[in-house]
Design a protein around this ligand. Structure first.
Ligand code: COA
Length: 290
């Protein structure tokens, strides 16, 4: 893994007290670029999304978009700190939701402004592949951050849920929409209406997560997939992501038309010729990412 200081200055991710970004080379012996692992780092508050985290997350998304060498983003939460003397240890968490302390006394005007153009949408709208690496609680806004990523990989001790109903609320970062698309409206209703948590294995069964692995295997599994995806043509990945998005935003007929057009357009790209020639000559494709 490259330390930030070893990376050329223009690639440096934004600095913040609540989010760390590490750059990992996609290949040890080849200059293929990087994937970034972004860690939401408030473990004493189970990585809850306060205003600082949301601002930092938006800055990372803007940096990702502007930095062509960084091809994939992994999103995760910091592990718990060792407990203070005589205190019980905090649990593992991806993100335990929006920071509830910021809700106290807030009215609709405050919340409308806070949730407008928010960081979860910035993550959702990122043109590059995103993977949620979930170890522990992914509740409320945490479940929604995970649902805003393209792929979710969870440890078997993870718990997902939308407990906002217990606060007299509903989800506000897109779970009524994106969670519903993943698990269907029956299960989404159940989660949103009961506030019950869904363990990782059940999350896998209902389509909420792509893979469940042991906590020890989580990073290796996620990083291997980040490297695999990062080794593809960034241009084709971007077009593929936009086109899958059309399946969510448009009807089937329009979506299929969008796919046909996108597929045809890729035949004018340099990477299509590189990929096809690499197959025919049995060589590794050296993408130009355009
Ligand atoms: N916002 C702010 N602080 C939070 C938080 C949140 N969403 N979730 C947890 N925390 C804080 C707790 O207040 C506690 O802080 P403290 O040690 O300073 O008192 C710390 O994180 C550890 O949480 P704690 O509740 O003591 O851990 P636990 O193991 O007993 O319970 C949960 C874990 C996840 C079940 C519990 O923290 C919880 O229900 N969190 C809220 C989940 C939620 O409703 N999310 C949706 C918000 S819209």
């Amino acid at each position: 893994m490259k330390k930030r200081s070893e990376v050329t200055p223009f690639m440096n991710p934004p600095e913040s007290d609540v989010i760390n970004v590490e750059l990992h080379p996609l290949s040890e012996d080849d200059d293929l670029g990087y994937f970034a692992c972004m860690t939401i780092d408030r473990p004493d508050k189970l990585n809850a999304l306060n205003a600082d985290v949301m601002e930092a997350l938006k800055a990372v998304c803007a940096w990702m978009e502007a930095t062509s060498e960084v091809r994939v983003l992994v999103v995760t939460g910091a592990p718990p700190n060792p407990p203070a003397e005589g205190k019980r240890p905090k649990p593992h968490a991806f993100v335990a939701g929006a920071d509830i302390t910021e809700f106290s006394g807030a009215d609709s005007g405050v919340i409308r402004e806070k949730f407008r153009d928010n960081a979860v949408e910035a993550l959702w709208n990122l043109s590059k592949p995103t993977l949620a690496m979930v170890d522990g609680f992914a509740l409320g806004g945490g479940c929604e951050v995970a649902c805003s990523c393209d792929i979710r990989i969870a440890s078997d001790r993870s718990m997902f849920g939308t407990p906002e109903i217990n606060l007299g609320l509903i989800p506000g970062y897109g779970a009524t929409q994106r969670l519903e698309r993943l698990v269907g409206y029956g299960k989404a209703h159940e989660m949103i209406m009961t506030g019950d948590m869904v363990p990782a294995e059940e999350a896998y069964r209902i389509g909420l997560v792509n893979h469940v692995v042991s906590p020890e295997a989580l990073e290796e599994t996620t990083f291997a997939m980040a490297r695999q995806i990062g080794s593809k043509s960034s241009h084709a990945l971007r077009v593929g992501k936009q086109t899958v998005r059309a399946a969510l935003d448009e009807g089937l007929t329009t979506g299929v038309e969008i796919e046909a057009e996108a597929f045809a357009n890729l035949f004018d790209s340099e990477d299509k010729e590189i990929g096809v020639q690499a197959f025919l000559t049995r060589e590794t494709a050296r993408w130009k990412h355009r």
